[in-house]
Design a protein around this ligand. Structure first.
Ligand SMILES: Cc1cc2nc3c(=O)[nH]c(=O)nc-3n(C[C@H](O)[C@H](O)[C@H](O)COP(=O)(O)OP(=O)(O)OC[C@H]3O[C@@H](n4cnc5c(N)ncnc54)[C@H](O)[C@@H]3O)c2cc1C
Length: 452
């Protein structure tokens, strides 16, 4: 494994009387293409120890609700079974990440984390690293090329990130090897062992008013693999032409699986390149989204601590938006009208309904949706906060660097100034005429307005 993936989080030593190498799984909820898991096995083999993988379920996470918890639990139950098949211990505990790791760390030889780019998750890891008495490693398995290898700073534009990735992409693409655990001892640790997501949901104090969406998206690596197969066979050859069209279904729909780490972007690209040439225009287009924009979003969250705030947008964007604060807004909507898709704009309402019903809004509509919030609130800061709130609450793939970077993009991040206009200033504008001109947008509206 490339050493650039591995980072030591504290200067403690191995605990030589420790019984197991502990991998506290969080961001990469999978068995396959999981460098953190393989690294834990590598250390365990080197020091003749078994591995324990631990997963902690807390009901205190952001907007904890049964929609995304169910999806996550469907995935984790399958991942647990896959990992156990390799002779590795897997425990599930109802606890928060920091407490959970610390209580299991007492008998650990060392701890391994998978890397995450969001503040909350990074703080969890730092807290454990500070309080625990054992050596802690963090392993990059969320992106193909580790963020710090690409750049030590925030990269302002996607074209620069693409250029920086050019040589590194193939250097890192095949950097993965599965190892056989030498010691397969069963460790007697308490664990929740339900096989049904509902049993976990029953013991969690989370918001159960938001519908679950298993009719549209079921969690799990197997579901992700089926979608990938279907994408490669049926959609990928049309991706460049149709991916932006909300009336058609040519996106991969892999984002919920990527968000929970049920599939890795590395595996997706490796599988795709078994069937297609890298230079094919559809592959270039997909690479641009799944690697360039996805990894740029992680760069953004890693180097900009205001990634989830209006304050995090570029200075020119703030200046131009604020110069237009006193421009007359034709509509001002409060959160209730927006959340319940009751605005005057049928396209926006359809997008919001797609989100309420399925847990995933089409990419093109996400841009339109967030841009309209700028028009319909009296301050762009309010628009930014509402976008984050609705996105994180209802999207299965919400609470993700892509979401914060995507919302911030609508406010000027990773974009350039455009022609000046009302309310938006120099921020790129989108309107309903564009939707009508480019797509059969009424087909999209019909699908979602009649379903609710
Ligand atoms: C306002 C707004 C909010 C968004 N919120 C989220 C979010 O919460 N979570 C999320 O994963 N994405 C978000 N995006 C990015 C993008 O819309 C989704 O990743 C995409 O629609 C997911 O569908 P898919 O997997 O079918 O996409 P595909 O087109 O099949 O793309 C494959 C993968 O590439 C990555 N990708 C695609 N577009 C982007 C992008 N613009 N930026 C970064 N990565 C991208 C995703 O990981 C995606 O799963 C948001 C974009 C905007 C403009």
């Amino acid at each position: 494994m490339r050493k650039e993936r591995i980072n030591q989080l504290n200067d403690k030593d191995f605990n030589f009387s420790g019984k197991y190498v502990l991998y506290c799984m969080e961001n990469a909820q999978r068995e396959d293409y999981n460098h953190a898991l393989e690294f834990a096995i590598q250390i365990a083999n080197q020091y003749t120890k078994p591995v324990v993988v631990a997963f902690f379920i807390t009901d205190k996470y952001k907007y904890s609700n049964q929609r995304y918890y169910r999806f996550m639990l469907e995935g984790i139950i399958k991942t647990k079974n896959q990992i156990q098949k390799r002779g590795i211990n897997f425990v599930i505990k109802k606890d928060d990440f920091v407490n959970g790791c610390l209580s299991l760390s007492k008998d650990a030889f060392c701890i391994v984390f998978d890397k995450s780019y969001l503040k909350t998750q990074r703080n969890w890891r730092y807290k454990v690293a500070e309080k625990s008495d054992v050596k802690i490693f963090e392993v990059e398995t969320d992106v193909i090329v580790p963020i710090e290898v690409v750049s030590k700073d925030m990269v302002p534009y996607a074209y620069i990130y693409r250029k920086k990735l050019e040589n590194l992409f193939f250097e890192f693409l095949y950097d993965y090897q599965k190892l056989e655990p030498k010691i397969k001892t069963e460790i007697d640790l308490e664990s929740l062992n339900f096989e049904e997501p509902q049993n976990y949901l029953d013991i969690l104090n989370i918001d159960k008013s938001i519908s679950t969406v298993e009719k549209y998206y079921k969690g799990g690596f197997d579901e992700a693999e089926n979608r990938l197969k279907d994408f490669i066979e049926r959609k990928l050859s049309y991706y460049k032409e149709f991916r932006s069209d909300p009336s058609k279904d040519y996106q991969s729909n892999l984002s919920p699986y990527l968000h929970f780490g049920q599939i890795s972007s590395q595996k997706i690209m490796v599988e795709i390149l078994k069937h297609y040439d890298f230079q094919d225009e559809n592959i270039q287009s997909f690479y641009n989204e799944a690697v360039v924009w996805r990894e740029l979003a992680r760069n953004f969250c890693y180097y900009n601590s205001f990634y989830n705030y209006y304050e995090g947008i570029p200075e020119w964007a703030k200046k131009t938006l604020e110069e237009h604060l006193s421009d007359k807004r034709e509509y001002i909507y409060d959160i209730d009208i927006l959340e319940n898709a009751k605005t005057h704009d049928i396209y926006w309402n359809a997008a919001q309904k797609e989100l309420l019903i399925t847990g995933k809004m089409h990419n093109y509509m996400r841009m339109y949706w967030a841009k309209k919030l700028i028009e319909w609130t009296d301050h762009p800061q309010k628009a930014f906060d509402i976008a984050c709130y609705l996105n994180d609450k209802y999207e299965l793939d919400g609470r993700d660097p892509n979401g914060y970077a995507g919302i911030s993009w609508c406010f000027g991040t990773h974009d350039r100034p455009w022609t000046e206009r009302k309310i938006f200033g120099k921020i790129r504008y989108m309107n309903d005429k564009g939707l009508e001109r480019k797509f059969d947008i009424h087909k999209y509206v019909k699908k979602w307005i009649t379903t609710l």
